[in-house]
Design a protein around this ligand. Structure first.
Ligand code: HMG
Ligand code: MG
Length: 312
């Protein structure tokens, strides 16, 4: 394995990608405490919510209230998802400084997710990105279904490149390449990244791996070898996409940070404080968080039944 990267930028997406998929209603106050704790753990980019239609994703309906009440750490960027001009209006009104626009490499998924084909999404986003930039906002782009689509199956790497390049043409500072349904494998990841690097510098690429089939960390190593140094993850492994059937959580931030730090790659994230952040949100969920490092910590903290045989 040949990895030359010595620092990874972790983009925490738990409060958006994680919470958008939870069935239970999470109190706004709990979201604010969770985001605050993530910032305390050293995360410098924390996706705080989404100005999408509350009819489509009710879990994000309180994003404005969440955003306004986060005690802002001046060193932290708090991007929010924006699907259209109405979302941008809401973002501007709320004082948001950084947005993410999101499209896909497959038309069927995009239709289900934002009710637009890929081409329609670019017609929609062009004025959104231009206005956001004129307002001094940073704009990030997402390409979903880059490694497979729940409706169309295989996705051509050429399509991922085309959509990524179009997002950069709109002025995105970075494109996050999404394995929305967690089907990618390391060789495929290197193939897609190899294609992207023919045109796009590694510094403008991030990887967004969902861990549905347990390949996210292996895919991360494959991407690190290709020079990618920005990874999205969600604390405790929270998450999924409401419009991708069967999609489960993102790669757990704790698992990512543990692996990288033990490999001598700096993340600037405090693992203990990160676990504490996940433990703030965990009691509100109707299921245990799937992150492996977090589960190992929880097991270690639990009283262990004595295995010593009593000598009669
Ligand atoms: P539509 O129904 O075609 O939109 O939805 P519309 O323009 O016809 O509007 C319908 C209603 O929604 C109207 O209200 C609008 O005002 C309202 P009504 O007149 O019926 O009362 N509306 C809005 N309200 C608040 N904020 C807005 C907004 N826009 C319209 N911004 C739309 C189109 C894009 C709005 C909808 O499809 C939508 O919100 N989709 C978002 C779905 C979503 O959030 N998916 C999850 C995030 S993406 C993801 O998870 C993938 C990612 O993690 C990467 C990866 O893993 O691959 C990023
Ligand atoms: Mg996602």
């Amino acid at each position: 394995m040949k990895i030359t990267i010595d620092h990874v930028h972790v983009v925490e997406v738990g409060p958006r990608d994680g919470l958008q998929n939870e069935k239970v209603v999470i109190p706004t106050e709990a979201k604010i405490d969770y985001i605050t704790a993530l910032a305390d753990a050293g995360l410098r980019t924390i996706e705080a919510g989404a100005f999408v239609s509350p009819k489509w994703v009710p879990q994000m309906a309180d994003t404005a209230e969440v955003y306004r009440n986060i005690p802002k750490d001046p060193g932290v960027d708090y991007p929010v998802l924006v699907p259209n001009m109405k979302g941008l209006d809401r973002a501007i009104e709320t004082g948001v400084k950084s947005i993410s626009i999101f499209t896909a490499a497959s038309d069927t998924f995009n239709k289900r997710n934002i009710n637009m084909s890929i081409d329609e999404s670019f017609a929609n986003y062009a004025p959104v990105a231009a206005r956001a930039r004129a307002e001094g906002m940073r704009v990030r782009g997402y390409v979903s279904t880059a490694f497979g689509c729940p409706y169309e199956g295989d996705v051509a790497p050429e399509k991922v490149l085309e959509v990524s390049a179009r997002l950069l043409d709109l002025g995105c500072y970075e494109v996050s390449v999404g394995d929305t349904i967690g089907v990618g494998t390391p060789v495929q990841v290197q193939g897609v990244i190899g294609m992207l690097l023919q045109v796009i510098p590694a510094s403008k690429l991030a990887m967004h791996f969902h861990d549905t089939r347990g390949t996210a960390l292996a895919n991360t190593l494959a991407a690190l070898e290709m020079g990618i140094a920005t990874f999205d993850a969600s604390s405790g492994g929270l998450g999924g996409c409401p419009y991708a059937p069967g999609a489960s959580g993102n790669m757990a931030t704790e698992d990512l940070v543990y692996m990288l730090e033990k490999m001598g790659i700096d993340t600037a994230v405090d693992l203990n404080l990160l676990v504490a952040a996940s433990q703030i949100i965990a009691p509100y969920l109707d299921h245990p968080l799937p992150g492996r490092y977090l589960q190992a910590c929880t097991r270690a903290a639990a009283p262990v039944a004595s295995t010593t045989a009593t000598v009669q």
